[in-house]
Design a protein around this ligand. Structure first.
Ligand SMILES: *Cc1c(COP(=O)(O)O)cnc(C)c1O
Length: 354
């Protein structure tokens, strides 16, 4: 066991997963548990699987490869690179797509691997990240896909509140439903999956305003942080602390709050500014920007203030704390989506489970 360390509470994760899965299943919505923020940590994926998740979804093939032996259908979330199609058909059952040349490459790869590869076509309904925007292009793409022997079109999907910040409403998601109906009528087929977005759709779901045709959501942040992402509100009855950061204090001293000498650039080329609060008690924790953006961690001790840091050091003001910190003590921090992402990706951070 070493520090810095991310502590994962598998019981809290179990609770959040089953709470959100129940919420969705009650409305006949299937859930893809999104594992990219925690790099598809197998123990966490297992908890999601054991608590009713219908699919595991990740943006990266490297992550899906880690869990290749888990018996759960796997979705590749990021549009495939043509250079990785062999791995895509091998490690994912379904991929999200928007480019016909890529789907052709997937078809060839699936033929070679003697398998069928399923796809969900992404429709851009206004958030302007991935997806086919033009209706004629969508119809032409489907016409081509239906000719491909080793590709099965299983559904349509959309992604919102990611790039453009578009909030899901019945009107916005209604656009996807209209497209679904048009496609089904044009080609006389039935689409099994209508994937209506990510954790930003939870609020709409709870209000009971999700269009009925939407039968699939891809949930990451809501499960891990108990937070919906349209407005950033906590979801009641869920935990926001399934994952915490623990860092060790390596120095504790009283120092002035303004540096002494002419101020030039800091280690990252920025000119820092300081407020003179007199002599303060400061702690240095052994964690830094190489592990995490220091603006994205929140001390559990609400009397502790983050002052800043550098690649390997976090400096906090502990003057007002009720706790009598000592060198060697462990300080605990709550996390955000961004800090979980970078901490789980850092090779310097230990991971422990409780
Ligand atoms: C990351 C991602 C999700 C999950 O988003 P959350 O806000 O974490 O629920 C869903 N869909 C796609 C395409 C993604 O890339």
């Amino acid at each position: 066991m070493s520090y810095p360390q991310v502590v994962i509470d598998l019981n809290k994760l179990r609770h959040n997963t089953s709470y959100l899965v129940d919420l969705c299943h009650q409305k006949s919505i299937q859930v893809a548990g999104v594992s990219k923020v925690f790099c598809a940590d197998p123990k966490m994926v297992k908890v999601m699987m054991d608590n009713g998740i219908d699919y595991i979804a990740d943006s990266r093939i490297d992550n899906l490869r880690k869990i290749k032996d888990f018996k759960v259908p796997k979705i590749l979330l990021r549009l495939p690179m043509i250079s990785e199609v062999d791995e895509v058909v091998r490690y994912s059952d379904i991929s999200l797509n928007s480019e016909v040349v890529t789907i052709e490459a997937l078809n060839s790869a699936a033929k070679l691997a003697k398998c069928m590869h399923e796809i969900i076509l992404m429709c851009d309904i206004g958030d302007l990240r991935e997806g086919i925007f033009d209706k004629t292009e969508l119809i032409n793409t489907i016409r081509s896909v239906l000719q491909m022997e080793n590709i099965k079109l299983v559904g349509l999907g959309t992604n919102i509140t990611c790039y453009g910040g578009v909030i899901p409403t019945p009107e916005v998601l209604g656009k996807l439903v209209t497209i679904k109906e048009k496609v089904e009528n044009t080609f006389n087929l039935q689409l099994n999956i209508i994937s209506g977005g990510n954790s930003s759709s939870i609020e709409l779901l709870k209000k009971g305003e999700m269009p009925k045709a939407i039968n699939h959501l891809r949930l990451g942040e809501s499960i891990i942080l108990g937070r919906e992402t349209a407005f950033g509100n906590p979801i009641s009855n869920t935990f926001d602390d399934c994952m915490l950061l623990k860092a060790e204090i390596i120095e504790l001293k009283e120092k002035p709050s303004v540096p002494i000498g002419e101020i030039g650039m800091d280690a990252f080329g920025k000119v820092p500014e300081f407020v003179d609060k007199g002599i303060r008690k400061r702690a240095i924790c052994a964690v830094g920007k190489q592990d995490v953006d220091l603006a994205d961690i929140i001390p559990i001790d609400k009397w502790v203030d983050i002052l800043g840091g550098s690649s390997d050091h976090l400096i906090v003001d502990v003057t007002d704390s009720k706790r009598d910190y000592k060198v060697g003590d462990i300080m605990t921090f709550k996390l955000t989506y961004g800090s979980i992402l970078s901490l789980m990706t850092s090779a310097y951070v230990d991971v422990q489970y409780i």
